[in-house]
Design a protein around this ligand. Structure first.
Ligand code: AMP
Ligand code: MG
Length: 315
């Protein structure tokens, strides 16, 4: 029975599970989150597997305080002012990732930005402090279902169950955090949530809304919503053509090539996808050829991302 009270002993136990690469569901003031160690590629891949997400949308990294956030992302004046005003609290900031940040590339789906937040729930903060790692956590519901606001929702819906579900009562806010992108000059609201837009613009001045103005999202330089390698990507390849580098999958891949998973383990493949795409994206070659990945489990999200990388580019 993984649902337990959020006593200090259980929080320590949950922290030990997280440091060992397992997943734990925990209460935040917004909704219940499904947490994994954000520095552990495999733990992050298993978050996507448990949620059954058909694509790798980037996850929010939860931290115990703003100094920990500043170790991972570049916080400009605006970000610091917002952190002082709203953290701990239901505001997520998308900021440029520090090159040296030891966070799995899968967390931000290969992007150079990272979404960070300091949650206000005492159990969430205690868990973050006990774990001593940044925690990647989307809402603890299967993809397509509503977000859980009690521990019982998580226990009823999530299969396979996480190593532990910390019960911290019903969530106070009950809606997700507000997501604000600060990677460009004009702040952009990516998701409305617990902190109202008016409170942000009172501090920042005008804030563009991606919902009200979807064209702004697509305008060049505003928001690179998907990471794609510079080199063209060819799918369903059986071998590399001249000038190409092969990205292998499974035991039939030639020895010595970059291999997403020599044993055809989809969780391992997901955990290595963005790091290997980046490693193969070399200007001294003409393309990346990718061997077939099965359309099942995490293979759906891997193929979704690879198809986007292989799609014709504008400009
Ligand atoms: P969830 O984890 O389900 O609460 O959703 C996270 C939200 O944050 C989604 O709307 C993501 O698209 C957004 N998000 C997270 N990281 C980034 C990022 N690096 N760039 C843009 N949006 C992000
Ligand atoms: Mg969600």
């Amino acid at each position: 029975m993984p649902l337990v009270s959020a006593s200090p002993d259980h929080i320590d136990q949950a922290a030990a599970f997280l440091r060992a690469g397992q997943l734990v569901a925990f209460p935040t003031e917004t909704v219940y989150g499904l947490a994994g160690d954000a520095t552990d590629d495999r733990a992050v891949a298993s978050i996507f597997a448990v949620k059954g997400r058909p694509s790798f949308n980037p996850l929010i990294v939860h931290l115990a305080d703003w100094e920990e956030a500043a170790d991972l992302v570049l916080m400009d004046r605006r970000a610091k002012d917002l952190a002082i005003a709203f953290w701990p609290g239901p505001l997520t900031l998308v900021l440029p990732r520090r090159a040296e940040a030891r966070v799995s590339l899968l967390v931000s789906a290969g992007l150079d930005s990272l979404a960070v937040r300091v949650p206000a729930h005492p159990v969430a903060l205690a868990l973050l402090r006990a774990t001593g790692r940044p925690l990647a956590a989307p809402s603890a519901n299967p993809s397509g279902r509503v977000s859980p606001t009690t521990a019982a929702h998580v226990a009823a819906d999530l299969r396979p169950a996480p190593a532990m579900i910390l019960d911290g009562g019903a969530c106070q806010v009950g809606v997700e955090s507000t997501v604000l992108d600060l990677t460009a000059e004009r702040p952009m609201l990516l998701r409305p949530g617990g902190v109202p837009l008016e409170r942000l613009s009172a501090l920042l001045g005008p804030v563009q809304s991606a919902m009200a103005d979807p064209a702004a999202l697509r305008s060049p330089g505003m928001l690179p919503s998907h990471y794609a390698p510079v080199l063209p990507v060819r799918l369903e390849a059986t071998e590399a053509r001249p000038g190409e580098l092969l990205l292998g999958f499974g035991p039939t891949a030639p020895p010595g090539v970059a291999n997403l998973s020599p044993t055809a383990d989809l969780t391992e493949a997901a955990s290595r996808l963005f790091a290997l795409l980046r490693a193969l994206d070399r200007p001294d070659h003409q393309g990346i050829a990718v061997m077939p990945i099965p359309e099942q489990g995490l293979g759906l999200a891997i193929n979704d991302r690879l198809r986007r990388a292989a799609a014709p580019r504008n400009g």
